[in-house]
Write a protein that binds this ligand. Sequence first.
Ligand code: DAK
Length: 258
Amino acid sequence: MSAAMISSERRGRVALVRLASDNPLNPLTDALMDQLVDILLRNETDPHVHATVLTGSHKAFAAGADIAAMSTLDYASAFANDYIGRSWDRIRTMRKPIIAAVGGYALGGGCELAMMCDIVIAADDARFGQPEIKLGIVPGAGGTQRLPRAAGKSTAMLACLTGESFDANEALAYGLVSKVVPREQLIDEALRVGEQIARHSLPVIVAIKEAVDRAFESSLSEGLLFERRLFHAGFSLADQKEGMAAFLERRQAAFQNR
Ligand code: DAK
């Protein structure tokens, strides 16, 4: 069993998960990614957790996959063993929202990990980028797919083809992040957003995440139909009755997550 490279604690209904490997740049080794998946899966089945904040060290969210491990890799084993695909693919199957709180470097796989999350909040010292071209490789965990969806073709081409990084305010202008906050407020702000989400009905939170994700994976008419089906299904929830009654009675809703 490898040493813990991730810390996890509960803040109300929000889990705060920190990448904390020995190297503060948080190279995303296989072992670290396996631990991350284990923790996220635990949160998935914990009914008291409604959302997760994922963050890094004082220096980096993560500076990418482990270059030392990749340096000796050959094509046959990378292909046959689906090199590091297993754990990375699990992240995007998580059903509860994950908020990336990005301070410092988010490069290569670090940028891709942030983009796999549902909301990205950046500290003013954050630097994003896809520098893989400088290593003689292409991005491998969605950089060429999620960056153009978030920031448009020209920005994604610029970032991926030059390998040059960009700062938090540029990321905000590109639409890659939702907000930029002073570094010292990063975790508090991400937890505040997490709690704003987590106070709502869990089945509705999960349904909304599924529906928004559909916007990136289906045609507009298919996405709209999916949303309509979820909307109608929502009337089977006790929390729909409670939410609407609470509004009409001018009181706070007491959701029961069913
Ligand atoms: N991996 C391993 N070690 C790393 C590392 C990384 N990504 N980044 C930094 N380090 C190590 C450095 O080698 C150095 O080690 P020592 O020499 O002290 O032993 C130590 O961390 C400190 O690094 P620096 O001396 O470079 O620190 P600086 O503050 O000067 O610079 C930096 C910080 C972040 C600008 C710089 O370290 C840097 O440019 N790092 C590399 C960034 C990078 O190129 N990232 C992309 C890696 S490729 C996939 C999933 C994911 C991926 C691919 C496929 N599948 C699901 C298939 C992802 C690929 C990548 O991320």
